[in-house]
Ligand binder design. Structure first.
Ligand SMILES: Cc1ncc(COP(=O)(O)O)c(C=O)c1O
Length: 410
């Protein structure tokens, strides 16, 4: 009996808007890996989507001070003036983009920003173009809001980046948004100004299409990669672009739940309508902490970047030394998205044939006790994602186990 009929048997039928949406493969793998760990198996989990650093002390202190000042009540609906001012300064200082305070919104994580934006703009059947591999929440949120995700495969040879001709072909009269994420979860690929330019030219020719960019991993880039956000390249698109960012990844603040965006005033106002009936406002204490994160010292970001780069290099070279795997060097984020075409068709020591990347990641979990996520979870196969936001010792051990497991395939 599948889970749907089980819930119906118990007298519960889910709403049609979530009927096609299951619990994400990432969460399923995480739950299975945690259960195995609880049973005493030495499982290494390389699935976490968060930095292994702590929130900086100055940020924690700012939160404590806010509590002591009594900032523990509802705040302005979509962000305190202090935080919006800090965000406006951040956009100016780091991105060379001017957003007025009424062009800025703050929500309970960038995830809620995405949710507010799609809820506020999508009519049934509206299309959202999403290059794959993509962060799984994108398509699920679009579907919950009644939209149609239009997934465009962007392979390793293309640097996991969308190309102008692909974008041009995907646009229809029903296209509402194009959603770009750089650096990307899961591929780590990032768009330089030269990569963005042809895409922005396509958008200039299609005034009914809006651009949503997710800059969440802006501060985690390597080898001198110059991060740039589309509105800074093409100001003519500013009136139909939503520039999303947040404090989760840069400042190791995933649990504080603060995300923000800059965009045209009318859109920001419509998003506030959704937020007003969903959460009323983001956490007051977390907003005070985020003011300090954005206004306070930024130099520690470089050290953290260097630490991630060291681990990226370790993982990429270990993966590329394993016959059957091929890993492109990512420009940013803390993920590798490695091809595993060379192990498809092989047989495990227990006699199971590996037909797909999910069979390979199941094998790694069961036999090597390493939890990674198959490319199919992100809309592109055959690949698998490693999050290297964990200790070097764990990474070294995990990669040794992956190499041994691959060597045992016949
Ligand atoms: C690409 C991307 N965007 C947005 C988010 C959500 O971030 P937040 O913690 O602000 O909701 C994530 C989290 O994994 C992500 O990977």
């Amino acid at each position: 009996m599948d889970s749907q009929s089980k819930t119906e048997e118990a007298g519960f039928t889910p709403a049609s808007r979530i009927a096609a949406i299951g619990v994400s493969k990432i969460l399923q793998i995480g739950a299975r890996a945690s259960a195995m760990k609880k049973d005493g198996l030495p499982v290494i989990i390389l699935g976490a989507g968060e930095p292994d650093f702590d929130t900086p002390d100055n940020v924690k202190e700012a939160a404590k001070a806010a509590i002591d000042r009594g900032e523990t009540k509802y705040t302005a609906l979509d962000g305190t003036p202090d935080l919006k001012t800090a965000i406006a300064e951040k956009f100016r200082r780091e991105n060379n983009v001017d957003y007025a305070l009424d062009e800025i919104t703050v929500a309970t994580g960038a995830k809620q920003i995405l949710f507010n934006a799609f809820m506020a703009t999508i009519n049934p059947g509206d299309e959202v173009i999403i290059p794959t591999p993509y962060w799984t929440s994108y398509s699920d949120i679009v579907e919950i809001c009644g939209g149609v995700p239009v997934l465009i495969p962007c392979d390793a040879e293309a640097g996991f980046r969308l190309k102008a001709d692909q974008l041009e072909k995907a646009i229809t009269p029903k296209t509402r948004w194009v959603l770009l994420n750089s650096p990307s979860n899961p591929s780590g690929a990032a768009y330089s100004e030269a990569d963005y330019r042809p895409l922005l030219d396509v958008l200039l020719r299609h005034p009914h299409v809006w651009l949503m960019v997710d800059d969440m991993y802006e501060h985690i880039v390597y080898d001198g990669f110059k991060f740039v956000t589309p509105v800074a390249i093409e100001p003519r698109l500013k009136s139909r672009t939503l520039t999303i960012n947040g404090v989760s990844k840069a400042y190791a603040m995933t649990g504080w739940r603060i995300g923000y965006a800059g965009g045209p005033k009318a859109l920001i106002k419509a998003m506030a309508v959704i937020q007003s009936q969903a959460t009323s406002c983001p956490s007051s204490v977390s907003q005070a902490a985020s003011v300090e994160a954005l206004n306070g010292p930024q130099d520690f970001l470089k050290d953290r970047q260097a630490s991630f780069k060291h681990r990226r290099d370790l993982v990429v070279s270990a993966l590329n030394a394993i016959p059957g795997l091929a890993c492109r060097t990512p420009e940013g984020a803390f993920y590798t998205f490695s091809g595993c075409a060379g192990v498809i068709g092989k047989t495990t020591p227990k006699g199971k044939r590996i037909e797909a990347d999910s069979d390979f990641t199941d094998y790694l979990l069961e036999d090597a006790h390493v939890a990674v996520v198959p490319g199919s979870a992100f809309g592109l196969s055959p690949f698998f994602r490693i999050s290297y936001a964990t200790s070097e010792a764990e990474l070294t051990e995990a990669l040794k186990r992956i190499a041994d497991a691959c060597a045992k395939l016949a």
